[in-house]
Design a protein. Structure first.
Length: 511
């Protein structure tokens, strides 16, 4: 962001080709960073910064097009007697006239660029971005999204071979490149040169297409012969670059395969998706430490209830991805784990617990409803199905407040076979949320929550947690929260204290 301000001063000196290009590159990098952070940090400043950068970026766009066309005319005319070529004369006259106008517009856009606001963002946004470590699973998941989008554009371009499809592919690869460059330093060190070369190749294809379209638009050709000659020359140069692209990106040694192999897949993909959901929640939840503890307690409670046979086992194995994701990995020759495509209820419970309080970002009152709407509004992360995300939203919705109703609109969002599982998980989450009554596990010498479940005489479920007291004010909320779980299991739930031996500090060696 600081580089943008430096490049603004350099470009304003005369709007020459190199400074204009460098300013656009600096703006594009900032906008790419914002685009990546928007996916995990909902703070409005990212969108505002991206919007401010886009206005100036576009304002310089046509000027840059004129400058690039002038460079291409010089390249294409090298070694030839082009001084008297009517096409060259007409093109250069148009370019020089438009360039003057574009510089005037660019000067106006640059003066309207709010540098004071940009400096404020340059101080505040890096602090928000620093909460996620570069190279983390969250960013690997984000890069996989960009890879997937770019690969779809690659297939479309090979099928249609249209100018539009190649241009869209260039943009897709550019977005993937900047995501890797900004967030995955290890992969960028290995892939950076290839990504830049591919972007340059497709960028030159686009430049040639723009040059031809401009020549046709202004009727630069003196006759059909000159038009044919220029068409053949531009097609020749264009074809060379597309063939260079195909050599790297089509076939058994395709770079698509090499890149995909280094990005998350299988259980690693699901874990990365969960990390991304956790990170998103962390930017919204005012007490994310509480939500993490609740997630641990919910999993301990669920596992304990399954152990004594009171909750059903998972509907299926942890599925690797949706069917489309599996098909794509298979086509690329990657090894895939062909597990059940049903949801994993344990993962759903963990995600719902981590996300259950995101609605507090919009206010404490009825925040469970806000959480439901916000989770429903999320783009489905790769590796998770829409079915699972709907389950997460419903379970989070009922972590407090009104009990789920079979006729309610919320439960009816789910398939009939998923509703009972969602209610079970909501019951577990309700009790786990109440059991984190003070987050005192660390005070007792244990950094992680503790919980034990037993079934007494086959009739009473006993849940033991450290530090619990029936005389404590929190016991009332625990008693209320256990009602849904008791209804689901058809058995009473009793909460008791779990005796915990505090950890003793390690002895120091003498001497």
């Amino acid at each position: 962001m600081e580089r943008v301000l430096i490049e603004c001063d350099l470009a304003a000196a005369g709007f020459d080709a190199d400074p204009v290009h460098d300013l656009r590159v600096a703006l594009r990098r900032c906008r790419s960073l914002a685009d990546g952070m928007i996916a995990i940090d909902p703070d409005a400043s990212w969108k505002e910064m991206k919007k401010a950068g886009r206005k100036l970026f576009r304002g310089l766009g046509e000027l840059r097009d004129m400058q690039v066309m002038e460079e291409w005319i010089a390249k294409l005319g090298a070694g030839n007697a082009t001084a008297g070529d009517p096409v060259v004369i007409n093109l250069l006259a148009h370019i020089h006239a438009r360039e003057t106008e574009c510089k005037q517009h660019a000067f106006k856009d640059l003066n309207q660029f709010d540098r004071k606001q940009w400096r404020q963002w340059a101080r505040s946004l890096p602090q928000r971005a620093s909460r996620v470590r570069p190279g983390s699973a969250v960013y690997a998941h984000l890069a996989l999204e960009k890879w997937t989008a770019a690969y779809e554009l690659h297939k479309r371009a090979l099928r249609s071979r249209s100018q539009v499809s190649w241009h869209e592919l260039r943009i897709g690869i550019k977005r993937f490149r900047y995501t890797v460059e900004n967030f995955l330093p290890r992969q960028h060190a290995a892939w950076g040169e290839d990504l830049k070369e591919l972007q340059d190749l497709l960028g030159e294809v686009h430049d040639l297409d723009v040059l031809w379209a401009t020549a046709v638009k202004i009727s630069a050709f003196a006759d059909e012969e000159s038009q044919r000659r220029w068409r053949e020359r531009l097609n020749e140069e264009r074809g060379k670059r597309i063939e260079s692209y195909r050599a790297k990106m089509v076939g058994r040694e395709s770079l698509w395969k090499a890149w995909r192999a280094e990005l998350p897949s299988g259980t690693e993909l699901r874990s990365a998706a969960l990390s991304r959901l956790r990170t998103w929640a962390g930017y919204l939840d005012p007490d994310s430490a509480h939500s993490r503890r609740v997630a641990q307690l919910a999993l301990l409670l669920s596992d304990g209830l399954k152990r004594v046979g009171l909750l059903g086992a998972d509907v299926g194995l942890v599925h690797v991805a949706t069917k489309n994701d599996l098909d794509l990995d298979s086509k690329l020759g990657l090894k895939v784990q062909t597990a059940s495509l049903d949801y994993d209820s344990r993962a759903v419970l963990e995600a719902a617990a981590l996300l259950h309080d995101v609605g507090k970002a919009q206010g404490e009152e009825n925040h469970q409803k806000n959480s439901f709407r916000m989770i429903r509004g999320l783009t489905r992360p790769l590796g998770w199905s829409a079915r699972e995300m709907d389950m997460v939203a419903v379970v989070a919705r009922y972590h407090r407040g009104a009990l789920p109703s079979p006729r309610g609109k919320t439960l009816q969002l789910l398939p009939l076979e998923d509703r009972s599982t969602a209610v079970e998980l909501a019951g577990v989450l309700r009790l786990a949320n109440a059991l984190d009554y003070r987050g005192g596990h660390a005070e007792l010498g244990h950094p992680s929550p503790r919980l034990e479940v037993s079934l007494v005489d086959g009739t009473v479920v006993v849940v033991r947690v450290p530090g619990y007291s029936a005389l404590d004010r929190s016991a009332e909320s625990v008693a209320t929260a256990r009602h849904l779980l008791e209804t689901v299991m058809g058995k009473p739930v009793v909460v008791r204290a779990l005796r915990v031996v505090a950890r003793k500090p390690a002895r120091r060696m003498a001497g």
